[in-house]
Design a protein around this ligand. Sequence first.
Ligand code: 13P
Ligand code: SF4
Length: 302
Amino acid sequence: MNAVERIQELKAKRKAIILAHNYQPPEVQDIADYVGDSLGLSQTAASTDAEVIVFCGVDFMAESAKILSPEKKVILPDSDAMCPMSAMCTDLELAPVKERYPEAAIVAYVNTSAAVKALADVCCTSANAVRVVGKVSQERIIFVPDKNLGAYVQRFHPEKDIMLWPGHCPTHHDISVQNIMDLKRQHPRAKLMVHPECTPEVIDLADNVSSTEGMIGYAKASEAEELIVGTEVDMTHRLRKEVPGKTFIPVPGAICPNMKRTTLSSLIKALEDLSPEILLPPETIEAARKPLQRMMEIGRGD
Ligand code: 13P
Ligand code: SF4
């Protein structure tokens, strides 16, 4: 029996669903029941009737699944798969800022720990951040942790005073204007899609700015035959499957090492042992669920 057959066998035995983010290695994407962006993954985790959710992604994604489906067993195959941007804002750092600005709303990007979400008024993903901020009644907003996404949202809401937390995604922040200009020179007819975690200077060069799932819709609708993909390299695997016939050009070196921690072997072990399991204090789940659910009610914006 090969690894794929073993995973299928264990998945049926455990009544499990396998969810994978668009940045997962190709062979993990190919074995998953659902592949998508943070919002789509949260929606699927909230609605599945599987008993076990095996989350091929990083810590904050699996935690969000647990918060939205607390009665289910949520497994993150490698417990070291952590998002460094999420770690750039802790609840201990955020609590005094919240106290200093009682008039402000806290908008937490879903790339945050459960403890940070528990302090927030509403969560957002890259697919709905602009829409979520538009629904917030307060003029002043503390946006955590991604300063690039926060600055992008500010472009659409000049009426808001958005305080930016000094966090960033190393994978996206390191995509330089030079990288993009080189690719544009090599592929002069290509359209450029970028993720809003990129720097403002890179965003200024883009034809489309969207979540990873939003890129699929743009690539399908666009007349362009070639598209530069300004996000993590394995997004091109999903794009090539969903939009056959077009050419997708990755940015060399745009790799999220934490997303690569899941392997077919770690997936087999996770299904065999039902471990490592995501466990959160009930009071954290309770407090974090409200801002996450508010976000889910607002839905997709791109
Ligand atoms: P998406 O929700 O757009 O897939 O982004 C998640 C993420 O971690 C981007 O770095
Ligand atoms: Fe976190 Fe960036 Fe990796 Fe996304 S790509 S999981 S934001 S480190």
